[in-house]
Design a protein around this ligand. Structure first.
Ligand SMILES: Cc1cc2nc3c(=O)[nH]c(=O)nc-3n(C[C@H](O)[C@H](O)[C@H](O)COP(=O)(O)OP(=O)(O)OC[C@H]3O[C@@H](n4cnc5c(N)ncnc54)[C@H](O)[C@@H]3O)c2cc1C
Length: 507
């Protein structure tokens, strides 16, 4: 059935990018319809229902809260509050009994780093750490100078200047963006005496193929006291944006999956839904997985063949398993007074980290996101274990090529989660015997929650500089972590804002 009403813009996807762009467009007086396949908006930052409750999909650490609130205030929404996280990480392993505390407090950071190496190497630690901190500061200054606006919003001269000056203005980002993090760490902390320290530092960038730049950016944010949890969890941001979008007249429909974007004569005409209903609109803004959009939702041959071939080959970001527990351990006590995210590494060298999907070989990230997530059940504390693990593990977690969530799948994820919790007992004593309830999200769950290929949590493995207006199909626009400026809270919100500016400027 075709609905009679014609919308100015149809937004596909109710994650941060869709909600932000929708809010800007609705505020500008456009008739905006946002379509979300899940029952709740939020995507990677939302909640999913498990056992009749809404469970947060993942604890999020954020940088630059002022810029996030800047967007909310432009939209006329209430600002949200953030709790600083410092120390940011307390890393246990790979050497037993030696922890690395990653904090803005240089004395504590350095003291813990010195404790991770043999006596003869202690002097070199101070020198290496000094270099690391200095480089991370320089990288951060460079990165902050990078524009967050889409290339389409820059003037011709700005684009030209940026292209020509990239090498000169961002020499370190270019150099360390190419260098594998292991190679970098071996040059700063050489020798077998420092291998524990190298592995502990490597482990806080939990992605395969991480570059030196990833670690340096993170350490720059730690040193600058720029790591926070959003109060109320990242879902508070989703709620704020959703409320703001609707208050400006935007309409959200949840539980509706778009199955095609309709195009006639090179012009978008609307979308078709899974129930076969059709909605008309001559502008569509897609925030979903670009491969899904170009290979499934758009008619064949809309995108040039070369572009499709390129798209098919781009590596995806990794996925995670997340175990969210409400525990009867008192809040505050459970996190031992805020030691940051506890990391547990298996006993391996730095180049062996993130190579295995087995529950006894993955690194664990244990979050205590209070006051973030304790709304799940008042008075109790929430502990969340996250571990990077691939979608393809054990025949897609025993869900097969069709990703069917059968008994076998459920049993397997339960057993896997139980092994992670047992390991987490080492840093949260009594955890396994104080669990009031538990929800487990595997990469297969992230795939179904977000529609992202292989449950990729950050879009592409490395950010891409796509244009947000699709030039060969009039009326089609892109936003979200598949587009520039890339993944994460602030950047996906920026991509939503940029897309709305491009649409409103009539480019
Ligand atoms: C486990 C995990 C941990 C993370 N940790 C951090 C962190 O600490 N800090 C940080 O900054 N970032 C983190 N991120 C990344 C961050 O959450 C994402 O980059 C960001 O939220 C992406 O937002 P988005 O709007 O681009 O996409 P998404 O959130 O993926 O939203 C896309 C939406 O489109 C919907 N959709 C898909 N297909 C269809 C369809 N056909 N029809 C209708 N709707 C559809 C999906 O259901 C989804 O709601 C994490 C992500 C995950 C999953």
């Amino acid at each position: 059935m075709t609905e009679e009403r014609e919308w100015d813009i149809i937004v596909i996807g109710g994650g941060l990018a869709g909600l932000t762009s929708g809010a800007y467009l609705a505020m500008a007086g456009k008739q905006v319809l946002l379509l979300e396949q899940r029952d709740l908006p939020g995507g990677c930052c939302g909640a999913y229902s498990s056992g009749g409750r809404n469970v947060p999909a993942a604890a999020h650490m954020v940088n630059d809260p002022g810029m996030i609130n800047g967007i909310l205030s432009e939209l006329g929404a209430a600002e949200i509050t953030f709790t600083p996280l410092d120390p940011v990480f307390d890393v246990a392993g790979p050497c037993p009994g030696k922890n690395l505390i990653i904090t803005s407090n240089r004395e504590i950071f350095e003291g813990s780093a010195r404790g991770m190496v043999t006596d003869s190497a202690r002097e070199n630690v101070s020198q290496g750490l000094g270099r690391l901190i200095e480089l991370s500061g320089q990288i951060n200054r460079e990165t902050k100078a990078l524009p967050l606006e889409s290339p389409e919003l820059m003037s011709f001269f700005k684009r030209l200047f940026l292209g020509l000056s990239m090498q000169r203005q961002l020499p370190m980002s270019m150099e360390y963006g190419r260098m594998p993090v292991q190679q970098f760490l071996s040059s700063v902390f050489p020798g077998v005496e420092m291998q524990c320290l190298r592995a502990a530092l490597r482990s806080v960038v939990p992605v395969r193929g991480a570059r030196a730049l990833d670690l340096l950016q993170l350490l720059g944010n730690v040193a600058g006291g720029n790591v926070f949890y959003p109060d109320g969890g990242v879902e508070s941001l989703v709620e704020t944006l959703n409320g703001c979008f609707q208050s400006h007249g935007g309409v959200v429909r949840t539980g509706v999956k778009v199955t095609s974007v309709n195009v006639a004569g090179g012009q978008v005409t609307g979308v078709t839904l899974a129930d076969e209903g059709t909605i008309n609109g001559d502008m569509v803004l897609s925030t979903i997985d670009m491969k899904e959009l170009f290979f499934t939702l758009l008619p064949d041959r809309v995108a040039p063949r070369l572009f499709q071939e390129k798209l098919a080959k781009i590596p995806l970001s990794d996925s995670f398993i997340t175990v969210t527990m409400t525990t009867t351990l008192p809040p505050g006590k459970v996190s031992e007074g805020g030691k940051g995210v506890r990391v547990i590494n298996p006993a391996v060298k730095e180049d062996e980290l993130f190579t295995s999907d087995e529950p006894d070989r993955v690194s664990l990230f244990i979050h205590f996101p209070e006051p973030g997530l304790d709304r799940v059940r008042d008075g109790l504390s929430v502990v969340q274990i996250m571990a990077p693990v691939r979608f393809i593990y054990e025949d897609n977690w025993h869900s097969g090529p069709e990703c069917k969530k059968t008994e076998e799948y459920n049993e397997f994820k339960k057993q896997y989660a139980a092994l992670l919790i047992k390991r987490a007992d080492a840093v949260v004593p009594g955890l396994s015997s104080h669990i009031a309830d538990i929800a487990v999200a595997t990469p297969v769950s992230y795939r179904s929650c977000t529609g992202n290929d292989e449950g990729a949590v950050y879009g592409w493995r490395r950010p891409r500089m796509w244009r947000q207006k699709v030039h060969y199909t009039n009326g089609l626009y892109l936003a979200g972590h598949w587009t520039y400026p890339g993944p994460g809270i602030l950047k996906t919100m920026m991509s939503g804002k940029n897309a709305s500016r491009i649409i409103l400027s009539g480019e």
